[in-house]
Design a binder for this molecule. Structure first.
Ligand code: FAD
Length: 483
């Protein structure tokens, strides 16, 4: 740590909780000015952006990790709560800082806040600089030939990939030293009460994840060593470790997508697995492309016809879905994986989503909100886009009338029922032939498996065929009303 006489720069950490490939931090450090690293516990700008329980747990852990990393460089992470403008003005006054640097965030609500902040601070003579880093591209950067935005993924990917060398900038290394600004008080992380206490349900999360930059890089290294070459074959099999599980690390910005992109290209053999993985990474970019270009993705149907959809309202069924007690094993396994670990396999997200929207005819926003509260990777773009895809109301969406059959999906992607048995242990002894439809098992097999339907495991809460017909009728009703 060295001392200088120039005014400090505040580096405001948001969804970029890392030192590696952090352009705001690196640029600030390169000026040789003292750095004041700041994190603000700010009010959510809209109800749907209020942090869920799983992400509060993650935030606590990742802030501890960030603070430790900054300490190694001789700096203390400053924690403050409140309205960002008030906090920034206070910290500027306390430290005599003359500049604030940050990496951009992209929900419409945050863009509005940051634009206003920038102009207000600039009026006070503060130098405000914003940088990229949460995404590989700026969401308005990729355009159709007519200058519009893409509504469908494949042409977006083609356009992105063709221009990848201009779009994906090289990742930059973490600074190896910095000068710390001093004289500013910090709140205590414990006082923010982000961790659950009564009850403490976070045991499964702690067993599954290592929040923080080091944990993110370990995951990537492990995936590049063992996962990426089989990614194409295994990414749809929820019983395997077939995907990277980098999503929560990306959501909190503990690793940058550009770092993942380049490290993958540099270290993984050129296989279809590698290309498919990069394509998935670009799905995340596409979700932000949609969010920024369409606006209110988490609340409104992109396809306005769905405003006429005759959704059901049934609290009991919603609860059964949330608890993983629908009587459809693959759905229940997914919902329990979510609750226990804060994450769910992508294939199963599609299955449980389709089940909520089509079998139960419940509004997709119930699903979006539950995922938001329980996922460690809850992301304002990918979650909303994922739900609109599932519901059929999105820009690039599964057609509503294509209804996932939970039994055949289970048989195809979890043929031995290993995934189901991991999360629905009461079906442990059910043979593979019946694991996805225990109600069809003969009495003696259920007896052998210690399963009593309606007592140890629920009867299906809806009949598949009837639910399918009801969903298709509802779709026709919507089309009739919207015509
Ligand atoms: P990998 O298969 O290893 O993919 C690598 C990365 O690519 C992921 O970490 C993620 O950042 C990105 N990615 C992969 N698939 C998608 C996709 N379909 N859309 C956008 N990005 C993708 N993803 C979230 O990060 N946050 C969410 O809140 C979220 N909600 C979803 C809700 C629904 C209903 C659905 C169907 C999907 C949702 N997804 C969400 C997308 C996807 O399920 C997860 O990104 C993926 O399961 C994360 O696991 P992974 O890191 O092992 O993915």
């Amino acid at each position: 740590m060295t001392t200088t006489t120039s005014s400090p720069i505040i580096v405001w950490f948001r969804r970029d909780l890392r030192l590696d490939d952090n352009l705001a931090l690196k640029t600030a450090v390169e000026t040789d000015a003292p750095i004041v690293p700041l994190f603000i516990n700010e009010p959510a700008p809209a109800p749907h952006l209020e942090l869920g329980g799983a992400q509060k747990w993650w935030l606590h852990k990742t802030l501890e990790a960030l603070a430790a990393k900054l300490n190694e460089l001789g700096a203390d992470l400053v924690l403050q709560s409140g309205d960002p403008l008030d906090v920034l003005k206070k910290v500027i006054a306390e430290t005599n800082a003359d500049a604030v640097y940050w990496n951009r965030r992209y929900t419409p609500e945050h863009i509005e806040i940051d634009t206003a902040l920038k102009s207000s601070l600039k009026d006070d003579g503060i130098d405000v600089k914003s940088f990229d880093g949460h995404l590989m591209h700026e969401p308005t950067q990729v355009k159709t030939k007519t200058g519009g935005f893409y509504r469908v993924y494949t042409p977006f990917w083609k356009s992105f990939y063709a221009a990848r060398d201009e779009i994906v900038r090289p990742a930059i290394d973490a600074p190896d030293k910095l000068t710390s600004g001093t004289g500013v008080a910090s709140e205590k992380l414990e006082d923010w009460k982000l961790l659950p206490t009564k009850p403490n349900w976070s045991g499964g999360l702690a067993e599954t994840w290592t929040p923080g930059e080091a944990g993110a890089h370990e995951r990537l290294a492990e995936f590049l060593d063992n996962g990426v070459s089989q990614y194409d074959d295994e990414r749809d099999l929820p019983s395997t470790e077939g995907t990277s599980r980098l999503s929560p690390h990306l959501t909190f910005g503990e690793i940058s997508p550009s770092r993942i992109w380049h490290t993958t290209l540099d270290n993984a053999a050129d296989t279809t697995g590698r290309t498919t993985f990069l394509k998935e990474l670009v799905w995340r970019e596409f979700s932000y492309h949609l969010l920024v270009n369409t606006g209110d993705l988490a609340n409104g149907n992109y396809n306005a016809q769905f405003d006429q959809f005759p959704w059901d309202e049934n609290e009991e069924r919603l609860k059964a879905w949330q608890k993983g007690a629908t009587g459809y094993p693959i759905v229940d396994a997914g919902m329990r994986q979510l609750y226990q670990t804060g994450w769910m396999h992508n294939r199963v997200r599609m299955i449980v989503g389709s089940f909520l929207v089509k079998h139960l005819l419940l509004d997709w926003r119930h699903g979006e909100r539950w995922f938001w509260d329980t996922l460690v990777d809850a992301d304002p773009a990918s979650n909303a886009a994922g739900w609109q895809w599932v519901a059929g109301s999105g820009a690039d969406a599964a057609p509503y009338f294509r209804i996932f059959n939970p039994m055949t999906q289970g048989e195809k992607f979890d043929p031995k029922g290993e995934y189901v048995k991991r999360f629905v242990p009461e079906l442990e002894k059910v043979p593979p032939k019946f694991i996805h439809k225990p109600w069809e098992a003969p009495k003696n097999i259920l007896e052998y498996a210690d399963v009593t339907l309606g007592a140890t495991y629920p009867h299906p809460i809806v009949d598949h065929q009837q639910a399918r017909t009801r969903a298709l009728d509802a779709y026709q009703t919507m089309r009739g009303k919207a015509a």
